[in-house]
Write a protein that binds this ligand. Sequence first.
Ligand code: AMP
Length: 116
Amino acid sequence: MTEPSIFTRILDGEIPAEILGETERVFALRDIAPQAPVHLLVVPKSAEYRNVAELAAGDPSLLAEMVAFAKELAAEYTEDGDYRLVFNSGENAGQTIFHVHAHVLGGGLTEKSVGA
Ligand code: AMP
């Protein structure tokens, strides 16, 4: 059996995190290493899907729920409601946690967040 992901361990209360909200199927937390003034993560509670392509193929309504939740969070946590939604997919694209999650980046992007 594979190890539970960091996000599953956060959800189970094994690792502390700043959880900002949840629905039945999705939760949101603040990224521990922010790359923008506002850097949040939207994560399905289920670790079934490793990346956004698998999620889109397997459960498009869950992907739509993540996108809708990201918009709500951006409206609440950024100054202007504008944001970037990023799904790193694959190790070479910077993915480190293979439990699908969306990065919600906003509030004025730092140089680092745009890869400068
Ligand atoms: P990725 O590199 O796309 O897989 O994204 C994983 C993200 O999770 C990174 O931006 C990390 O900073 C973030 N992260 C890792 N551990 C934690 C944690 N314990 N609490 C909050 N965010 C975390």
